[in-house]
Design a binder for this molecule. Structure first.
Ligand code: F6P
Length: 342
């Protein structure tokens, strides 16, 4: 059996841990591995490398991905889709393990319908994939946000300021909510619930009146003020999957709060710091469990599936179901966060 592996979309801590687990478990079944370089781009352009036990030795703690990644969407043109189908044959791939978020796995689901034996592994720091309690990479991102908030509390307090911290999370505010709870944010703003800037200022004013020396606001990049009616974008250009480049909500908050309350305000964009570097122990273990399960599904002859975490157990669900919609923050988790606002 020759198994293809690819990593697509934004990178994420734990990608290499999955690749290592796939190859180590697959080796026990006598499988061989072909790494596809730079996600779907490598299958369109036929850019690959052989992967064996030596290739994956020592990569468990490494951030990024040894295979490279891209946001190429081969479903955008019929020519590219056909190139992928031809190249799967050309490389002699018996199955293809796709490690990615909703975009990459959406392509894997469509290719399965076209006869390619795909398996998905849920990757994204955003934790917004359906059917799995957690994606790997999320815990690392939350840890980085928590680390940042601990530091921002002290400088913000020293200067009696308001600090708006912009974190990743396009359509789902999981990083903002988990990071905000862990880091003791005073207000958390997420895309699921457009905010009222007057209400945010009220929180800030009330804290000042109560003698608090600072306020820390965490906002997902996709959070937006009610009156704007849509997300704040950096530029109008869309990527191959139709996503706009988000950014600016932190800056907006700091500017508006200072203007409306008179309290000096600053903003910080944590950006790609949340995605880079070594995975936490939790993410290494989750990624490893996912990698093992992905190969075991192939060995059982089960395809068109995504490995997932349900409770304490690693299971699998159909790729079509997993990519049918975005997993947004549930009301109960938001309720817990809101108890600590103000
Ligand atoms: O991986 C998802 C994500 O982290 C989003 O939250 C964010 O909007 C996007 O990636 C940014 O990625 P890039 O700037 O690398 O395209």
């Amino acid at each position: 059996m020759n198994i293809g592996i690819l990593t697509g979309g934004g990178d994420c801590p734990g990608l290499n841990a999955v690749i290592r687990a796939v190859v180590k478990r697959g080796h026990q079944f006598g499988y061989e591995f072909t790494g596809i370089k730079d996600g779907w781009k490598g299958l369109v352009a036929l850019n690959s490398m052989k992967i064996d036990l030596d290739t994956v030795s020592g990569i468990l703690p490494a951030g990024g991905t040894i295979l490279g990644t891209s946001r190429t969407n081969p479903m955008k043109s019929e020519r590219d889709t056909q190139a992928v189908l031809n190249n799967v044959e050309e490389l002699g791939l018996d199955a293809l393990i796709c490690i990615g978020g909703d975009d990459t796995l959406g392509v894997a689901a469509k290719l399965f319908e076209k006869g390619i034996k795909t398996i998905g592994v849920p990757k994204t720091i955003d934790n917004d994939l359906m059917g799995t309690d957690f994606t790997f990479g999320f815990d690392t991102a939350v840890s980085i946000v928590t680390w940042a908030l601990d530091r921002l509390h002290t400088t913000t307090e020293a200067h009696h300021r308001v600090m708006a911290v912009e974190v990743m999370g396009r359509h789902a505010g999981w990083i903002a909510v988990y990071g905000g709870i862990a880091g003791g944010a005073n207000v958390i703003l997420i895309p699921e619930k457009p905010f009222d800037i007057i209400e945010v200022c009220r929180y800030v004013d009330k804290r000042k009146e109560a003698g608090k020396r600072s306020s820390l606001i965490v906002a997902a990049e996709g959070a937006y003020p009610k009156e704007a009616g849509g997300m704040i974008t950096k530029d109008k250009e869309l990527d191959a999957f139709g996503h706009a480049k988000l950014g600016g909500v932190g800056e907006f908050l700091a500017r508006e709060i200072e203007k409306r309350t008179g309290i000096e305000s600053r903003h910080v964009v944590l950006g790609h710091l949340q995605r880079g570097g070594t995975p936490t122990a939790y993410d290494r273990i989750l990624a490893t469990r996912y990698g093992v399960k992905a190969v075991e599904l192939i060995n059982e002859g089960k395809f068109g599936r995504m490995v997932c975490l349900q409770g304490a157990h690693i299971k699998d669900i159909s790729l079509a179901d997993a990519t049918s919609k975005t997993k947004t923050v549930d009301p109960e988790t938001l309720r817990i966060a809101e108890i600590f606002f103000g």
